[in-house]
Design a binder for this molecule. Sequence first.
Ligand code: ADP
Ligand code: NI
Length: 215
Amino acid sequence: METQRKLIETTEKYIKNLLESEGTGHDWWHIDRVRTNALAIASHYPVNVFVVEMAALLHDIADHKFHDGDENIGPKKATELLTNIGVEDDEIQKIVTIIREISFSKGLVPGTLEGKIVQDADRLDALGAIGIARAFAYGGHKQRLIYHPDIPPTHYASKDEYKKSSSPTINHFYEKLLLLTDLMNTGEAKKLAAERHKFMELYLNQFFDEWKGVK
Ligand code: ADP
Ligand code: NI
């Protein structure tokens, strides 16, 4: 346990340093919240908690946004780090597989319960009060409007089409955020997501009432 603590601390330092200047919603505190969510969910299941925590810490290392579209650099970096600090081979395999599943196959259900938990934890951070804050932070970063009454939400046929879209941030709630609750893998995450989902609906009702000047 003592050595696992040390491995986690070293990984934490590495990731903090890597994401220090990241301003698109994948900053260190996103990673830290995903870890907290993941451990909270994991406490209800018989899983390898070390793998869950390490995968949560490393899950955005592979984000293609940081690597000009090369999806192998992240997993390679993670493998190097985990090997250097002395994590056991079968655990490296498990952790790196989760990183690949989460970051590159957004539509994919991870093969292990550990992976499902980390995916749920990442998705939870896009919901609720924090999800709202992140959506508007991202929208601002992309210079998007908050809302435009004449631009309705779209259903995107592909990931590329979705990425190219420049629709207002309120649309993102209907295009992605409100769809996430049904995609949760674990019962625990479903419960948490349902609360966050309700909060976003409340927020949207208030938003549109204020827009119309009725509240
Ligand atoms: P992940 O961390 O799961 O890889 P993304 O990179 O898709 O998620 O998004 C990071 C954050 O930015 C999330 O909170 C997400 O809701 C938000 N975001 C992504 N795309 C948009 C968008 N088109 N408009 C507003 N917010 C967005
Ligand atoms: Ni993430």
